[in-house]
Design a protein around this ligand. Structure first.
Ligand SMILES: NC(=O)c1ccc[n+]([C@@H]2O[C@H](COP(=O)([O-])OP(=O)(O)OC[C@H]3O[C@@H](n4cnc5c(N)ncnc54)[C@H](OP(=O)(O)O)[C@@H]3O)[C@@H](O)[C@H]2O)c1
Length: 456
């Protein structure tokens, strides 16, 4: 059988939720049961049959009349590290939505299985080095097999990614111009964090720290190796290889998520507010720039992202806070202390329902085309990291499962950001679910920015 037709073959399940016992995964099952069209075939999976049964029983008791019956959902059991089992599981589903992280630890076999078995895939990773490796190794096979692999369908990076996508379309349709630059600022946010997210952050920080030392030592070794003109060439090559720049391919993710030429702490004249470093900007910037390059928003399109604060002092405190927080999570002894003192949640734990209901976020976007400045806003009035993330991931899975044949918009095969894979179809779905993606010529006035804190 030609693999290109594999995903079009009848499958037992439309969507498999992989990681149904996770903090995010159980909420994903609940969202799909309540919001997927009746008749959608959903299975739930993970490594522990008893625990999955417990989640299913709890959700079924809570929602006995859900449009997609929860009690009847089949359970698929397997270990994410078992490649052969992942292939059996992937072969049963049209789309796999995974919440098993850290993805750099547990994610690879499942993506390989989906590519091989012709199952589409989406997740909520924010681990760009992992995605870069997947793209390098598996993108050609995914394109050949006509499979859509969409990582980063959570709060990282849907608002930035689809926000820039929306602005690029607006620049083309309204001004007939390419999009050159977008400056994003988180102008209001309240949200919780789960143990799984913190475990993923710790793992990611460890990888980055190792990369940093490798880069430093390989550049030093190269510098010491030669003395003349060859020195410059060797140093440049070693540094470029270590940073990934030498192998950066136009279709793959960029290697740098920092805005060059601007200090993250600065005063924004449009918002009339101080800006500071925002930790998720690193992955959001790389994702939006990656999509901009693949979809050709404009020559050398770039995205930058910061966070709005009240004063310069707060900007400095927040900026340093991220650095101290990351350092505490990086080292095992301080991390253990944070767990022991219950300052941070363990894997499987997360914010309470009441806390999440009070969540919100608002992302202000200022865009430049060749001759125009215009504005966008992406916002929501529930917890960004969990309630909005679950909505984004569920709608991505539904989009891949149900919209490819009915939608007039094109779906690109391969391993790419959500905007590149699903673009208009996903944007339409999210808008229909109440997610605000607004664009217009007028700036968002400061008082509206403040009011956004709950009314977004
Ligand atoms: N992008 C975003 O905005 C965003 C938002 C939220 C979360 N996330 C990411 O989503 C991921 C999940 O977070 P979470 O807090 O929901 O995680 P969590 O509650 O800690 O759950 C982790 C899940 O992984 C499963 N698992 C672990 N090892 C496994 C294995 N070998 N085989 C199969 N399953 C295995 C666990 O199963 P058991 O229950 O059996 O232990 C559990 O279901 C994290 O990587 C986090 O960073 C991203």
């Amino acid at each position: 059988m030609s693999r290109s037709g594999a995903s079009a073959q009848p499958r037992k399940y439309d969507i498999l939720v992989w990681g149904a016992t996770s903090f995010t995964g159980s909420r994903l099952v609940e969202y799909l049961a309540l919001n997927a069209p009746a008749g959608t075939k959903i299975a739930i999976g993970g490594r522990n049959q008893a625990k999955i049964e417990e989640v299913r029983a709890e959700l079924a008791a809570k929602h006995p009349d859900a449009p997609v019956g929860i009690r009847a959902m089949d359970i698929l059991v397997g270990d994410s590290m078992d490649g052969a089992r992942m292939r059996e599981i992937a072969a049963e589903a049209r789309v796999v939505a995974s919440t098993v992280g850290p993805y750099a630890v547990y994610g690879e076999q499942l993506v390989r299985a989906c590519v091989a078995e012709g199952a589409h895939y989406c997740d909520i990773t924010a681990e760009m080095p992992w995605v870069r490796g997947l793209h390098r190794e598996l993108n050609d096979a995914a394109v050949r097999n006509n499979v859509h692999i969409a990582p980063m369908c959570g709060f990282d990076c849907i608002p930035a990614d689809l926000g820039c996508f929306m602005l690029a379309k607006y620049a083309r349709s309204e001004f007939h111009e390419p999009l050159l630059h977008v400056k994003g600022s988180i102008v209001g946010i309240r949200g919780g964090v789960s143990g799984g997210t913190l475990a993923t952050l710790a793992n990611q920080l460890g990888i980055e720290a190792r990369r940093f030392w490798t880069r430093l030592f390989s550049a030093r070794r190269a510098a010491a190796a030669t003395t003349t003109t060859a020195t410059a060439t060797a140093t440049a090559t070693a540094t470029a290889t270590a940073t990934g720049a030498a192998t950066e391919d136009r279709e793959g993710p960029p290697t740098n998520g920092r805005e060059t030429g601007r200090w993250p702490i600065h005063y924004d004249r449009t918002l009339k507010r101080w800006q500071t470093f925002w930790i998720m900007s690193i992955v959001n910037v790389m994702t939006a720039n990656w999509a901009g390059r693949v979809l050709n928003y404009g020559p050398a399109f770039s995205y930058a992202e910061t966070m709005t604060v009240r004063s310069l002092a707060q900007a400095v405190v927040y900026g340093l806070g991220w650095v101290y927080g990351a350092a505490l999570m990086l080292f095992a002894p301080t991390r253990s202390l944070l767990y022991a003192l219950r300052i941070i949640p363990r894997p499987g734990e997360g914010p309470s329902e009441a806390f999440m209901r009070r969540g919100y976020f608002s992302l202000h976007l200022e865009a430049l085309s060749e001759t125009e400045t215009f504005y966008g806003k992406v916002s929501a009035s529930s917890d960004p990291g969990y309630q909005e993330t679950v909505k984004y991931l569920a709608e991505s899975a539904l989009c891949l499962a149900l919209d490819r044949s009915s939608s007039s918009s094109s779906f690109r095969p391969g391993i790419y950001p959500p905007s590149v894979i699903m673009g208009d179809a996903l944007l339409a779905r999210l808008r229909a679910r109440g997610c605000q993606f607004d664009v217009g010529r007028a700036p968002i006035p400061a008082r509206l920015v403040a009011a956004d804190k709950k009314t977004a």
